[in-house]
Design a protein around this ligand. Structure first.
Ligand code: ADP
Ligand code: MG
Length: 716
């Protein structure tokens, strides 16, 4: 035994696996191929699940579905080379019953297992008709004369992520051999009283519970600790960053009074709903303070977010500052510009539009006026942040449909404010209040993690007088019927949208496979066929700005009956007389996107319809469309979407990288997340920089994981 722990080899968590007791060179290579190069990494390699092995029992007591263990006499064997896979069968009998054993592709067993042998087997028991069977059991011959081994006890076994080169059981024995050595070296980062109050085991104990659990309850307990740690770390990072923002940045403190409130409201053609009023109240509190606002307003499609944003922007203007509204598409920016200009007609507020379509002299002049403070309210696209645009004094920046932007753009708008304005004479950098809006409700669990540095306001009710939208899934064979229905609605004086995935299309959509309808081809087809005589127009991102504005204007005025469009109309477009939405190839769109599209109808008093034409091919796609047909509630949809796709994908599409968690599961661990969030908030309030001596380990671990991604490098 030269590889034992002797006094000369001091073992630590960074000791390479080949130097650990009980791990030979070959095994060490195998482990290294999984990245398990040293003791610490080996211990951090967690089981993906656990298997309960029932204790050894009499055959009659074995339960199907479990991994069981039994011993008995082999009473018959039968090799069989027939069929596709050669098999070897044996019958095991004890005084209580009989059990069938079958091995595939292991014909050598004929030489090893004979009738009359005594055998102990282990494997998953299945019921086949009235017989009990184990396929490919593990087996061991017992001595026929002499002493038999004691019977096995029930055991919980870890199952590890493994590979061809190292099997799970090899990892299991490797870890089991060094666990006792490693545990005392695992440093705890939570104070004992804190840990006890939350009923959490120590970190070392948690690892023990996962690698060598006595019971399944222990597995749960160990998992809970590690999941909590991950969630707590993330939340601490979020609150630390937020604290830093608050301490180093200042935003203009805006005026507010009952008179001002009344003046702003007089600009709206309706009374705000209770939900809108509540959110306005939350915003007023934010904006009248010099702590920079960072608020997410979430509200389902059509809940009336724009007017709330307008309220905030008008407060900025009333205090002598500027405001900006950024939208993800030119069409939406143009529409916001049109409707906000209408609301502000006859007022002194100077409103302008800045998009990529505004160029040359017009653009230069606008940029100059923004910089000199001669524009109060600017509405635009990302052109607002990507171009050399500077503000004299930007106090409120609103980002509409924020889910369509990257995280960077939000950050860039924040920077915009600090460029021009330093008039306060304050030593702290000035930044605008930032409000982001989304109709894709981030499920609450994700909401508080991903957007953890945001406060969240929810507009949870629609303005009065809306009728729910009826959604139907239409198979391609039902297309003609669907357009017949569209025709009826148009003839009744209502309007429709038809959405297709592309402008040009590919092949004919009547091809059952591969052919994709495009705006142009479908427009022709509908004009010539089912919608003959109705006034149709195309709408997509490649149209010139004036054409686009002209078409939207005529559609709004009822002089066009039906728009055939790409998803450019997905967000924001608001025409109450439109009552039918047809989506071609609906199975190609995501759930959130379909919900947004559907939100273009159901904005008036007439009953509205959404017809999803498609042939969903995967179970996920079928599930998505079904869920959509069942509910109009964006919050329910978002939670379902998360369930179907999993948070990994949701993370992936929104933020860079996959879910940062190894153990925590945002669906399963909601309560743990809420607890971690509360704890992190309290912690940072008590110790804003985590600089106490007893926090050193926690701080080191936190920065290791989140230092870069949260930009905590400068927190000091
Ligand atoms: P979204 O939240 O999807 O951005 P909008 O702000 O576009 O919703 O509002 C949708 C429609 O509802 C618009 O036509 C808007 O004028 C109207 N609206 C908003 N608030 C109210 C209200 N309180 N009462 C009546 N209509 C409202
Ligand atoms: Mg909107």
């Amino acid at each position: 035994m030269s590889r034992g722990v002797d006094s000369e080899t001091k073992i630590g968590l960074t000791t390479t696996v080949d130097k650990l007791p009980g791990i030979g060179l070959k095994r060490a290579h195998g482990l290294a191929s999984l990245g398990l190069t040293n003791l610490g990494k080996l211990i951090a390699h967690l089981p993906m699940r656990h298997e309960v092995q029932a204790g050894e029992a009499k055959i009659a007591e074995l339960k199907p579905g479990q991994v069981v263990s039994a011993r008995g006499d082999v009473t018959a064997t039968r090799p069989s080379a027939f069929g596709r896979r050669p098999r070897f069968e044996a019958v095991l009998t004890d005084e209580t019953g009989r059990l069938d054993l079958v091995w595939f592709n292991q014909n050598y067993l004929q030489q090893r297992i004979h009738a009359g042998a005594r055998l102990r087997v282990q494997g998953e028991l299945r019921q086949r008709g009235n017989k009990m069977q184990i396929a490919n059991p593990r087996w061991e011959l017992l001595p026929l004369d002499g002493e038999e081994p004691a019977s096995r006890e029930e055991r919980v076994r870890p199952v590890y992520p493994a590979s061809e080169r190292v099997k799970s059981w090899e990892i299991e024995t490797s870890i089991a051999g060094v666990l006792d050595l490693a545990l005392p070296m695992i440093e705890e980062h939570l104070p004992e009283s804190f840990r006890r109050e939350r009923n959490l085991p120590t970190l070392a104990e948690a690892y023990r519970m996962l690698h060598k659990p006595a019971t399944l309850e222990e597995v749960g307990e160990g998992r809970r600790r590690l999941a909590y740690d991950e969630l707590l770390m993330m939340q601490l990072g979020v609150f630390l960053k937020r604290m830093h923002l608050r301490e180093t940045l200042r935003a203009p403190k805006l005026d507010h009074s009952p008179e001002l409130d009344a003046r702003v409201r007089s600009r709206f053609p309706f009374t705000l709903t209770e939900a809108q009023d509540r959110v306005v109240g939350e915003l007023v509190k934010d904006l009248t303070s010099s702590v920079p606002t960072n608020r997410l307003i979430q509200g389902d499609v059509g809940s009336g977010k724009t007017v709330v944003a307008l309220y905030a922007m008008l407060l900025a203007v009333a205090s002598g500052h500027q405001a900006a509204l950024m939208a993800p598409t030119e069409i939406l920016a143009e529409q916001h510009f049109a409707s906000i200009s209408r609301s502000l007609e006859g007022s002194r507020v100077r409103v302008e539009l800045l998009t990529g379509a505004i160029v040359g002299h017009e653009r230069e002049s606008l940029v100059g006026r923004l910089e000199r403070g001669e524009v109060d309210l600017v509405i635009g696209t990302h052109a607002l942040v990507t171009e050399r645009v500077a503000f004299r004094s930007l106090a409120v920046a609103v980002i509409d449909e924020q889910h369509r932007f990257g995280v960077e753009q939000r950050a860039m708008l924040r920077v915009k404010g600090s460029e021009g304005a330093d008039a306060t004479g304050s030593a702290l950098a000035s930044t605008p209040h930032v409000i982001v809006m989304t109709a894709t409700p981030i499920p609450r669990t994700l909401g508080i993690t991903l957007f953890g540095d945001l406060d969240i306001s929810t507009i949870d009710a629609l303005p009065p007088g809306r009728t729910p939208i009826e959604t139907r899934i239409v198979m391609p064979s039902g297309r003609a019927g669907a357009y017949g229905f569209v025709r009826e609605r148009l003839e009744a004086g209502e309007q429709a949208y038809v959405v297709v995935p592309t402008i040009e299309g590919s092949g004919s959509h009547e091809d059952s496979d591969g052919g994709l309808a495009g705006v142009r081809s479908l427009l022709k087809e509908l004009e010539a066929g089912p919608l003959q005589g109705r006034r149709l127009a195309a709408m997509h991102g490649k149209l010139r700005r004036d054409t686009r504005e002209h078409v939207m204007e005529r559609f709004r005025g009822g002089r066009i009956d039906c728009l055939v469009a790409t998803t450019v109309i997905e967000v924001g477009v608001d025409v109450p007389n439109a009552t039918v939405m047809v989506v071609e190839h609906a199975d190609r769109f995501g759930l959130a996107q379909l919900h947004q599209l559907r939100g273009r109808v159901g904005r008036g008093r007439e009953r509205s319809y959404c017809l999803l034409i498609g042939e969903p091919k995967t179970p996920d796609a079928i599930e998505r469309l079904k869920v959509l047909a069942e509910t109009n509630d964006g919050f329910v949809l978002a939670e379902k979407d998360l369930e179907i796709r999993g948070p990994g994908e949701v993370f992936g599409s929104r933020q860079s990288g996959a879910s940062p968690f190894k153990v925590a599961d945002l669906m399963r661990d909601r309560e743990l997340l809420a607890m971690a969030r509360r704890d992190a908030r309290g912690w940072i309030e008590r110790s804003p920089a985590l600089s106490r001596a007893e926090e050193a380990t926690l701080r080191r671990r936190l920065f290791k994981v989140y230092g870069d991604s949260l930009g905590l490098g400068d927190v000091g």
